[in-house]
Design a protein around this ligand. Structure first.
Ligand SMILES: Nc1ncnc2c1ncn2[C@@H]1O[C@H](COP(=O)(O)OP(=O)(O)O)[C@@H](O)[C@H]1O
Ligand SMILES: [Mg+2]
Length: 292
């Protein structure tokens, strides 16, 4: 990638179709802070002995994964292996599913997020989420971003609200495209712009973790590239966990990749290692396209 030669791991990913090189990426040595951060860096999210059930059906089994701050962690694996369920368990989105139950421990900043003392509304503010299908409110661009600030009483004046909307739109790389039509309907934006608006809406309430479930899978290649570039910038301020069924995307945007298969976490490691020299045969078979 950094050398301008397409995918970083094209040796293993033979199914890759050439894609444009992302702009502004740092040198390879900077893009994998995992190794240099060493074992002393505390995980932002620490999952252990986690099981997840829908009714009697166990869909995640004995998951152990530490997710580090200011990195992008990609969750990959075949459809139905539990990626979305895992992601949603990190901000308790699954709570609303009748019969859903989680066992084990999920800690964020050393706090058990399933403890009875946890304020779930505040948890979801701190752990923002962006979905596959962009879901702006049928309101203006401005009001979409202002919404969370208003309901959380996060600004004290009209000026401050405007400032926060602007900085969120800038952080989501959308400001330049919408600054002259902030009061137009969000529905008038393109698919890619709507997705960046949803990212701006999530960022407005100052989360420190951003969960993204296949955020670009409904977008065209150019819009996808913009989202990937944005993810790359955002990781300097946020901890990002992204589900993707697109292995090239995982290779491009993530520092760490976790491979799920049939409800189990087969292997997680630096993305480079997962795509070039995975430990498990199953991982190698999957990333080389032998099944999935
Ligand atoms: N709301 C739900 N109720 C019952 N089963 C579900 C629900 N959501 C997902 N599942 C099941 O849980 C398993 C994991 O699904 P999911 O987390 O969506 O996987 P992935 O995102 O990897 O495709 C699948 O067998 C799926 O059918
Ligand atoms: Mg899914």
């Amino acid at each position: 990638m950094e050398t301008g030669g397409g995918y970083r791991y094209s040796m293993l990913i033979h199914a890759a179709t050439p894609a444009p090189v992302l702009g502004g990426r740092p040198a390879a040595s900077e893009s994998h802070p995992t190794a240099s951060q060493g074992p002393t860096v505390k995980p932002k999210i620490d999952v252990s002995s986690m099981n997840f059930f829908y009714g009697a059906n166990r869909v995640l089994e004995n998951i152990k994964l530490a997710i580090h701050p200011n990195q992008v962690t990609a969750l990959i694996g075949p459809s139905g292996c539990g990626k979305s369920t895992f992601l949603r368990s990190l901000n308790r989105m699954n709570d609303i599913v009748p019969g859903a139950r989680v066992e084990g421990s999920i800690r964020i900043d050393d706090q058990d997020i399933y403890a009875s003392s946890v304020d779930v509304v505040d948890l979801r503010r701190r752990v923002g989420m962006v979905f596959q299908k962009s879901n702006p409110f049928p309101k203006s661009i401005f009001e979409n971003v202002a919404y969370g600030l208003r309901i959380n009483h996060m600004t004290r004046s009209r000026e401050e609200l405007r400032g926060r909307v602007e900085s969120s739109l800038k952080a989501a790389a959308l400001w330049d495209e919408v600054r002259d039509r902030l009061h137009a309907s969000a529905m008038s934006l393109s698919g890619g712009q709507q997705q960046r608006l949803c990212i701006a809406r999530a960022l407005a309430v100052e989360p420190d973790i951003l969960l993204m479930d296949e955020p670009a899978s409904a977008l065209d290649p150019i819009a996808t590239q913009r989202i990937e570039e944005l993810i790359y910038q955002l990781k300097h301020r946020y901890t990002i966990v992204i589900v993707t069924h697109n292995m090239q995307q995982a290779a491009r945007v993530s520092d760490v990749t976790a491979f799920f298969w049939l409800g189990k976490l087969v292997e997680s490691d630096r993305t480079e290692k997962i795509f070039t020299a995975p430990t498990e045969k199953l991982t190698e078979d999957y990333v080389t396209g032998r099944f999935g």
